[in-house]
Design a protein around this ligand. Structure first.
Ligand SMILES: *[C@@H]1O[C@H](CO)[C@@H](O)[C@H](O)[C@H]1NC(C)=O
Ligand SMILES: *[C@@H]1O[C@H](CO)[C@@H](O)[C@H](O)[C@H]1NC(C)=O
Ligand SMILES: *[C@@H]1O[C@H](CO)[C@@H](O)[C@H](O)[C@H]1NC(C)=O
Ligand SMILES: *[C@@H]1O[C@H](CO)[C@@H](O)[C@H](O)[C@H]1NC(C)=O
Ligand SMILES: *[C@@H]1O[C@H](CO)[C@@H](O)[C@H](O)[C@H]1NC(C)=O
Ligand SMILES: *[C@@H]1O[C@H](CO)[C@@H](O)[C@H](O)[C@H]1NC(C)=O
Ligand SMILES: *[C@@H]1O[C@H](CO)[C@@H](O)[C@H](O)[C@H]1NC(C)=O
Ligand SMILES: *[C@@H]1O[C@H](CO)[C@@H](O)[C@H](O)[C@H]1NC(C)=O
Length: 905
């Protein structure tokens, strides 16, 4: 179920599951009263703009802000203004830090306030693999550096001279090293990088104060420079690479410092600046786990896209964490969220076998292992079927292993545990042979260990068992091999998976993002290979520039771009073994972009997406239009090509399935209003599709099966067999039935939710707290699924839940029906905390695995909680649930919490 040892490099490596509780209790010390993905006490307040308020059109443009501040002062709300936004039609509001986070609820109810949203943390862009290339013969360079252009038809557009001329692209990232000769060498009008802004400064980490200046130079991070090269690198460099739209003009909006994270208020500032600077396209290779389309930066990006600008945003690199794990601002409803496909080859190293006749053994490493001379081998187990080789300490009679290359089977425990057991007997160099989990990079900690394929491992173990005189050597040059990437052309396993919790189609399309050579800052080596949806996203921005160049930079072209890219994309299979099973749209969107086809087709299909929603809100009927803008009559057939149905929960559990999320061939069925048609030049044909989800006896709704596929329109005229498609996405279950709050002991070894103290212990009995220094409770919980509303209330100690087993389906047994303080059907003493649109947690203990909220003795309206005995009632609204219905919440009740604070003066 859970996987350990996941690292940035090793997305494909899901180490065998561990036994017992995984998470370390006590890591919640020093928490705040806010979810882990937000900045405590900092909120983005959106205000209603004057143009929306009748009779107030003539107001000073600063008036909405001043009005907000004076209202806040009038309510005695302590606040500090961090930033103001003033772009009517897109976003008017302010970022405020509240002295008391509980004032959030008060502000939400103020007249003139459109919305108040938390400030969301956006982690540092994490490329999946980083390698600075050393020269023209570096083994890491993909053999055909323009292979990405070829698979997407960009090479054919370049051959026509379509290079992005006259199009302006704003890159919101870590800045750009414009001194790079391939990126123009200079900054300002007339150069490749024509402008931009630095919102943060080198020293910004996400936790300190950003320092702005007008120079977005990046010579310390490199991510934005790599992104810029994918769009804009000039040809003629030592690696012969070029950007997708290298004649376009770039602007750099720097939102990350040399290292560390940023926050979505800064991203909003950059988005608005990108618009006022006149960019045609904005591209963001960044994001943070969100799951909902409601985050501030998502909302602003979506509004910008709705004006006809093209906004491309990375889908995220959290594919390992399973479905329903989309990222913000990639969730922006109108933006193009971009998935990644893997390159077709990987540059690896060969080792030589001496003493017996055998082919070289390919090991998973970019560079040769630095090993002194040939090494004899030692196998820790001569039985190649044993599932937990070296997971326990090795026997006492094991010889000193320091002179050997130790051969060990994968599986049963983490790589590091296995290697440590061998290292305890002197082992220094290791070949781990695959057990069928997949040949890929592994996280072996500091050990000199690498993965080899199963057959090579079995061969070596058998030779050892037979007592053969065999050694292995590691040539330091000339042993680089182009290993066919078993996943080449497939959706990169690191691509974050949709759908969003509100059932939007994320990601939208895919572009090459795995193993991409591009520019790095000159001080960091000038060129490098990176992987991630961060690399796929600028590719789509470049393709968008080519579209604008050919079709003109009109609002209409911008608004139609996503449909065009989606309907002309190339469908991606789930694997190479069974190429009939198509990858889920929750991973590939509408498929791999075909730039040439999108830009030159004279058949226009729209829309590009059908959103079926869940079975409670199932939208079964959808219509699409096929327009013939060409000069010839065209005939087509219409067919249904289902994609694999993604079984997003682990059977028998409420836990999301990790990557690779299983696919089933059970699919939705479709009735089409016609299956063949002819459309004359200048005319359109409308076709209706009626969808029926698979029955619950074919695929259990308890697995939250995400259904998707393609309505394919294929030309039947001679010489015109091109096909187009509309992609659909839905879930064959009611999302309201999905369990939200983890009520198991799987992760901490004790049932959660639970209270913890500030020493890191769980509290199961009644206890008094003074709420001074460390003497307060912390609420520890996990969300198996996102929730639109999470409330933490105080109730009297006599309140009971009917039964813990049927939590969420039962209302409370209430002691006092006459109490006027109610929420839903329940009586409460008062509200402590409330959060809207929380994402689910992952199953990794990396800061995303659970939430811990510090409980204070203050109600959310700012009033002190009177001393006395209470219980804490946690309620999480189910997805699509009605906040006015008690039964649509899952609930948990704490042990008695005594508030025993000294009197306040
Ligand atoms: C470099 O690019 C040019 C133009 O794209 C091409 O003609 C040439 O073959 C490339 N050279 C190599 C070594 O790939
Ligand atoms: C590397 O080893 C593989 C497998 O034995 C072999 O097919 C390939 O030719 C080798 N490549 C080089 C450069 O030695
Ligand atoms: C090898 O290990 C497997 C799995 O533990 C076991 O079933 C099998 O009997 C073992 N074979 C020998 C020869 O010990
Ligand atoms: C790995 O190998 C290198 C080079 O031989 C050596 O310096 C280093 O100590 C080794 N690391 C470990 C953890 O054994
Ligand atoms: C093993 O092979 C090495 C060379 O590969 C040779 O020097 C050595 O004598 C051999 N040892 C035995 C016991 O055959
Ligand atoms: C699905 O239905 C829910 C409940 O009505 C709604 O909130 C959500 O926006 C819908 N999603 C889509 C993509 O239409
Ligand atoms: C909490 O404090 C009150 C008042 O001092 C006391 O009566 C009660 O026994 C205490 N409860 C616990 C669990 O210690
Ligand atoms: C704040 O909330 C508490 C609990 O609901 C209530 O008793 C109190 O009167 C409220 N205070 C104000 C100023 O509204």
């Amino acid at each position: 179920m859970r996987s350990l040892g996941w690292s940035l490099l090793a997305n494909l490596v899901l180490v065998s599951s561990a036994l017992g509780a995984v998470f370390t209790p006590g890591n919640w010390k020093n928490v705040e009263s806010a979810p882990g993905n937000t900045v405590p006490n900092r909120y983005i307040v959106e205000v209603k703009t004057p143009s929306l308020i009748p009779g107030k059109r003539d107001l000073d443009p600063r008036a909405p802000h001043e009005e907000l501040y004076s209202t806040l002062r009038g309510r005695d709300i302590g606040f500090r203004v961090n930033m103001e936004f003033n772009r009517e039609g897109l976003f008017v509001g302010a970022v405020v830090t509240l002295s008391d986070p509980n004032d959030r609820e008060v502000i939400a109810d103020l007249p003139g306030v459109e919305a108040i949203r938390p400030v969301i943390r956006i982690p540092a862009p994490a490329p999946v693999d980083v390698h600075v290339v050393t020269g023209g013969h570096d083994p890491h360079i993909p053999p055909d550096t323009e292979s990405t252009h070829i698979v997407t038809g960009v090479d054919k557009l370049h051959a026509q001279g379509v290079l992005g001329n006259g199009v302006k692209i704003g890159i919101i990232d870590t800045g750009i090293d414009y001194t790079h000769p391939s990126l123009g060498g200079a900054f300002g009008p007339g150069h490749k990088v024509i402008g931009g802004f630095d919102f943060v400064g080198d020293a910004y980490t996400g936790a300190n104060t950003p320092i702005q200046d007008s120079d977005p130079l990046d010579q310390c991070n490199g991510h934005g420079t790599h992104v810029a090269g994918i769009i804009g690198a000039d040809p003629g460099n030592m690696f012969n690479i070029s950007g997708v739209a290298y004649k376009s003009s770039l602007s750099a909006y720097r939102v990350f410092g040399c290292s560390g994270s940023t926050t979505d208020d800064i991203i909003i500032a950059a988005l608005l600046r990108g618009v006022s600077d006149g960019n045609d396209i904005l591209t963001l290779s960044l994001g943070g786990t969100d799951g909902w389309t409601e985050g501030s930066a998502s909302v602003v990006a979506s509004r910008i896209a709705a004006t006809g600008k093209i906004v491309t945003i990375a889908a995220g690199n959290d594919g390992a964490k399973g479905a329903w794990y989309t990222s913000s601002p990639g969730n922006a409803i109108n933006a193009i969220s971009v998935a990644s496909t893997d390159n077709t080859v990987i540059a690896l190293q060969n080792a030589t076998v001496n003493g017996v006749q055998h082919d070289p053994i390919t090991y998973f490493s970019t560079f040769p292992f630095v090993v002194p001379g040939p090494l004899p081998i030692y196998a820790t187990n001569t039985n190649t079927s044993v599932v937990d080789d070296s997971c326990a300490p090795l026997p006492n009679n094991t010889p000193d292993l320091s002179p050997f290359l130790v051969v060990v089977r994968r599986g049963g425990c983490t790589f590091v545990q296995k290697l440590q057991n061998i290292a305890d007997k002197g082992g220094k160099f290791f070949f781990i042979y695959d057990n069928g989990a997949g040949f890929a990079g592994i996280n072996a900690g500091d050990f000199n260990a690498t993965l080899i394929q199963a057959a090579d491992g079995v061969f070596l173990v058998n030779q050892f068992a037979a007592g053969a005189n065999i050694t292995i050597s590691f040539p330091q040059s000339g042993a680089s091999t182009q290993f066919p990437d078993p996943d080449g052309g497939l959706i990169s396993a690191f691509t974050s998976l949709g759908p969003s919790n509100d059932m939007f189609f994320k990601p939208a399309v895919a572009a090459p993002g795995g193993n991409i050579l591009s520019t790095l800052p000159v001080p960091l080596g000038s060129f490098g290979v990176l992987s991630g949806t961060s690399m796929a996203t600028p590719f789509m921005a470049g393709v968008s520039a080519l579209l604008f160049e050919v079709k003109g930079k009109s609002e209409k072209v911008g608004l139609g771009a996503r449909d065009l890219f989606e309907t002309t994309a190339q469908k991606v299979p789930a694997s190479h073994n069974n190429s009939d099973l198509l990858q889920s749209a929750a991973a590939q969107g509408a498929g791999l972009v075909d730039a040439f086809k999108a830009i030159h087709t004279d058949i226009i299909v729209s829309p590009g997406e059908f959103l079926l929603n869940d079975t409670a809100f199932f939208k079964k009927e959808h219509t699409f239009t096929v327009k013939n803008t060409g000069k010839k009559s065209r005939s087509f057939k219409v067919t249904h090509k289902p994609a694999g149905t993604m079984l997003t929960l682990q059977p028998g559990t409420p836990f999301p399935a990790d990557q690779p999320v299983p696919l089933s061939t059970v699919s939705a069925s479709v009735k089409l209003s016609m299956t063949t048609f002819t459309v004359e030049p200048g005319k359109s044909q409308k076709i209706t599709a009626i969808f029926t989800p698979p029955s619950s006896s074919d695929v259990s709704p308890a697995l939250l099966p995400v259904i998707s596929g393609f309505i394919e329109i294929t030309g039947t005229d001679k010489g015109a067999s091109e096909s187009f498609h509309v992609t659909y996405l839905g879930v064959a279950a009611k999302l309201r039935d999905a369990n939200v709050v983890d009520m198991t002991d799987e992760f901490f070894g004790v049932n959660i939710p639970a209270l913890g103290d500030s020493d890191g212990n769980f509290i199961f009995d009644a206890r008094n707290f003074t709420f001074i220094a460390g003497d307060f409770p912390t609420l520890v919980l996990r969300l198996n699924f996102g929730t639109p509303l999470l409330r933490v209330d105080l109730v009297t100690p006599t309140v009971k839940l009917n039964s813990r087993d049927v939590v969420g389906r039962e209302s409370l047994v209430l002691p006092d029906e006459s109490d006027p303080q109610t929420y839903g059907k329940n009586k409460i003493v008062g509200n402590l905390l409330g959060f809207a649109f929380l994402p689910r947690n992952s199953d990794q203990d990396d800061g995303t695995g659970y939430e811990a909220f510090r409980i204070r003795n203050v109600f959310s309206n700012g009033t002190q909680v009177p001393n006395g005995n209470y219980r804490i009632l946690l309620r999480a609204l189910k997805v699509t649930g009605d906040p006015n219905k008690e039964e649509d919440f899952e609930s948990w009740l704490s042990p008695i919490v005594g508030v025993d604070a000294p009197e306040r003066n």
